[in-house]
Design a binder for this molecule. Structure first.
Ligand SMILES: [Zn+2]
Length: 439
């Protein structure tokens, strides 16, 4: 059996939770050794000015993204890379033996059945538990356990609908492996239409969590231990944030071969190389050996049908590629992989109007949009410093200087991600646009 799923299945069959807990504890020890405060003990919340998963270079000290932990992340490598041995479909269909009951959240899900469970991570102030659904489909044949999480940011609605549609289409009797879905992770934020928890903390900076930490750290710890440890692979569904929308895309650490393997399964979806930021669910899962990607689709606070369909198709194609389902058709040629990206920022304040749309192909020097001062009527243009594609952009709005308006996926020859990172740092030192490697 190829190494990737063999490794994963060994976990599941033998000492599933124990092995992962050991890795988890080891990873915390590494973090402590690095002098890094970890989830829940972050002394200062990241600035909330912006972009869901934008990550700037460490040299960009005015970092306008919410991803300010890059310096800390530099200290820690993700899980050790394992050699990629073969096509995923072959790996999974080689799964041996009979499907086993899946134990999760105190329930036992028999092979060939599905069940809706409930996960409670915290309580309201009056002691009433806050619970959120967990959907489980345990296939009648053996295979990997794939997890879908959505609304870690409570105002990101597209992922909730993606999870619903994927589960609606699954017949556990025809499934190999298991599918676990948490459609609304941040239920408190969701109820208030907010990205954050009630204390303004960003839950996606607190994984894998801490049972004695802040509310965010405790919720993260509960999800991680009760659900995420059951997963062999994780897809965390997000959208852009704060009036910004993303072209449906996979954000993945392409230095990790298992993660690369996962990205191959999605079919026609843009892939953006991005080192995971410490504290994100993607980061925490990967560091304990669960390959994880973030799927970004659309913007917050809306249900966008085209983006939802795109996400569903990507996930269903993945399940098919993994050999977990048979009936769904595979999805076309893969989209390009972007090893680099850059946010183009406003140099003036005013009214931002776009000349491009999500997915537009642009050439260096092309006008992306204009900013007009509503008082003086002075108008300036935003031009693309690179040839590439618009993979994220702000909706038309009033902006301040420095506002990140257009995210350009940059066309490059396929060279190693690590070489590109060096290039990114050099560029930022030159005072040019800083590449926004996301999440
Ligand atoms: Zn998000």
């Amino acid at each position: 059996m190829p190494y990737f799923w063999g490794y994963m299945n060994a976990f599941r069959r033998q000492s599933d939770t124990c092995s992962r807990v050991c890795q988890y504890l080891a990873s915390i020890a590494v973090l402590l050794l690095c002098g890094t405060t970890y989830a829940g003990e972050v002394s200062v919340d990241p600035p909330d000015n912006g972009i869901d998963v934008l990550q700037d270079s460490t040299l960009d000290v005015d970092s306008r993204s919410s991803e300010t932990s890059v310096a800390a992340a530099e200290l820690i490598d993700p899980a050790p890379a394992r050699e990629y041995m073969g096509p995923l479909a072959d790996a999974v269909t080689d799964a041996e033996g009979l499907a086993e009951p899946l134990e999760i959240l105190g329930a036992e899900i028999a092979p060939g059945t599905s069940q809706r469970l409930s996960w409670s991570a915290t309580e309201l102030f009056e002691g009433v538990p806050v619970s959120t659904p967990v959907l489980v489909a345990n296939g009648s044949a053996p295979g990997p356990t794939v997890c879908l999480t959505a609304a870690v940011h409570g105002d990101e609605l597209n992922g909730i609908e993606i999870v619903r549609r994927v589960f609606h289409d699954i017949d556990p009797k025809k499934l190999s492996g298991a599918l676990i879905g948490v459609p609304i992770v941040n239920v408190q934020g969701f109820r208030r239409g907010s990205r954050y928890l009630p204390d303004r903390r960003d839950l996606n900076r607190y994984f894998p969590g801490n049972p004695y930490g802040s509310a965010a750290a405790r919720i993260a710890h509960s999800l991680f231990n009760e659900v995420i440890f059951k997963c062999d692979a994780l897809i965390d569904l997000h959208t852009g944030s704060f009036e910004r929308a993303n072209l449906p895309q996979i954000r993945a650490d392409l230095r990790n071969p298992d993660v690369v393997t996962l990205t191959h399964g999605f079919g026609a979806m843009v892939v953006l190389h991005s080192k995971p930021t410490i504290g994100t669910l993607r980061y925490a899962a990967t560091i304990v050996g669960i390959p994880a990607v973030t799927v970004e689709a659309g913007g917050p606070s809306q249900l966008e049908l085209a983006e939802v369909k795109h996400g569903v198709k990507g996930v269903e194609t993945l399940l098919n590629t993994l050999g977990m389902t048979r009936r769904m058709r595979l999805w076309g040629d893969p989209e390009p992989v972007y090893y680099r990206s850059s946010w183009v920022r406003a140099d003036n304040g005013g009214i931002l109007l776009s000349d491009v749309s999500l997915g537009s192909t642009v050439r260096k020097g092309d006008v992306l949009g204009s900013i007009t001062d509503p008082m003086s009527n002075a108008r300036s243009e935003l031009r693309s410093p690179y040839s590439g594609r618009i993979i994220g952009m702000a909706r038309n709005q009033v902006v301040m200087p420095g506002f990140a308006a257009f995210h350009v996926g940059i066309e490059t020859d396929e060279i190693s991600a690590s070489e590109q990172e060096i290039d990114v740092v050099k560029k930022s030192a030159d005072g040019g646009y800083v590449d926004g490697m996301s999440e």
